[in-house]
Design a protein around this ligand. Structure first.
Ligand SMILES: Nc1ncnc2c1ncn2[C@@H]1O[C@H](COP(=O)(O)OP(=O)(O)OP(=O)(O)O)[C@@H](O)[C@H]1O
Ligand SMILES: [Mg+2]
Length: 381
């Protein structure tokens, strides 16, 4: 073999090797570049400032008025890419610095009004309520009857109220009445608690009120029960903090909703409060929650009834309920229930399986002292 030809063959082998290595390196570079790009993207994502969730109040061409969670409203730009599908009522994401709307949030409803619809009826029955016979009748006539028998009102020619406001000192049966009605009625029952609406659904109060009334119409005949109404409807000096303004807006929405439906529509409202003194008179104006039902401290007959209800499951021996009734003047229904529980504890402490008069008497004293130490009685009269 000639030396030259060997040299040539050797060279070509080397150049093939270099080419392959080159290919491999190129692939490696491409892979690493892809990895760098991915890492850069991750890095950018980690470093990117959070976006602000806000609600669109109004769309005006390429601009929108958005409402932030703190209640502030801003006029901002809508990014070209989402301009065509942003509408009033939407929840959107906005850039933190400019608040420009850059994305519409699908299905972003933070609270669903359906969750306030009672799917399982409370277990409280009318028979679990002591006293309050007149109040129960009035509640049924003002709320339930017009929903179930609107024809009676048409025939007689009177208009039922839009709803009622139950008011009176704490622990006297307002919530209990509403629960018993929820149990007894065939109407859909929607229950909201004023303080929850204000604390839990910050920024959504007014929207939620609107949606709850929409739901009530949809499910009619229906009853909306708003417990602890004073948390929304307290009269206040013009809201100065954003939280106060938010509550104010929720209240305004509530008034608008109450005013917005006619007396003949088959939706009724029950409000309850133990702070009638702070309720904004705007709420109880004619045409709004103008039927007031006072749920006061129980009289002797009612106290007897309440004590009987709460002792029904207890094993009593020689207990004179009438004497207890005399000793508990000024007690609320909740106090009376507490007396029964305390009496039960007295029996347990004495290692007895039955409860005696002296247990009740001790319990009455204990509850009385506890009550005197709170300023409830002074506050609510
Ligand atoms: N008339 C009553 N008959 C039987 N139990 C009663 C009565 N009133 C109150 N109670 C007892 O006291 C508890 C508290 O009553 P309820 O929650 O109805 O009070 P309220 O009037 O709504 O008070 P608040 O204003 O504090 O909300 C009831 O769960 C029940 O055990
Ligand atoms: Mg209550």
């Amino acid at each position: 073999m000639n030396l030259n030809s060997l040299d040539l063959a050797g060279n070509s082998v080397i150049s093939i090797g270099i080419e392959r290595e080159n290919e491999i390196l190129k692939t490696n570079i491409a892979q690493l570049q892809a990895e760098i790009a991915q890492l850069k993207m991750d890095f950018a994502r980690i470093r990117s400032p959070p976006l602000v969730v806000c609600d669109v109040s109004k769309v005006m061409g390429d601009k929108a008025i958005v409402r932030l969670a703190n209640g502030n409203q801003l006029l901002v730009n809508i990014h070209d890419s989402v301009r065509s599908n942003v509408a009033a009522g939407d929840t959107v994401l906005a850039e933190q610095r400019t608040f420009n709307v850059i994305q519409r949030l699908e299905g972003a409803k933070t609270c669903n009004p359906e969750m306030f619809l009672l799917s399982r009826k409370p277990t409280i029955k009318w028979a679990d309520i002591g006293g309050l016979e007149d109040e129960i009748r009035e509640l049924k006539e003002a709320v339930e009857l017009p929903l179930m028998r609107p024809d009676i009102f048409k025939t007689v020619g009177i208009e039922p109220p839009k709803g009622v406001l139950l008011y009176g000192p704490p622990g006297c049966g307002k919530t209990l009445l509403a629960k018993a009605l929820a149990n007894a009625t065939n109407a859909a029952f929607i229950e909201i608690v004023g303080s929850e609406l204000v604390q839990k659904y910050i920024g959504d109060g007014a929207k939620l009120v609107k949606e709850i009334f929409m739901l009530a119409r949809e499910k009619a005949p229906s009853i909306i029960f708003i417990d602890e109404l004073d948390a929304i409807a307290a009269e206040r000096i013009e809201g100065s903090t954003s939280a106060e303004r938010e509550v104010q807006r929720t209240f305004m929405q509530l008034l608008a909703e109450i005013e917005g439906f006619s007396k003949l529509e088959n939706v009724k409202i029950i409000g309850a409060t133990n702070r009638f003194d702070v309720i904004d008179p705007a709420l109880t104006r004619p045409g709004r929650l103008d039927r007031l039902i006072q749920i006061g401290l129980p009289n002797a007959a009612a106290r007897e009834g309440i004590l009987k209800i709460h002792t029904a499951g207890m094993s009593l021996r020689k207990v004179n309920i009438k004497t207890l009734v005399e000793k508990t003047n000024g007690f609320s229904g909740a106090d009376l229930r507490l007396v029964c529980t305390e009496a039960g504890y007295c029996g347990i402490r004495a290692n007895r399986a039955h409860i005696m008069q002296k247990d009740f008497e001790q319990a009455v004293e204990k509850v009385k002292v506890a009550e005197e130490n709170t300023d409830y009685r002074n506050m609510f009269g």
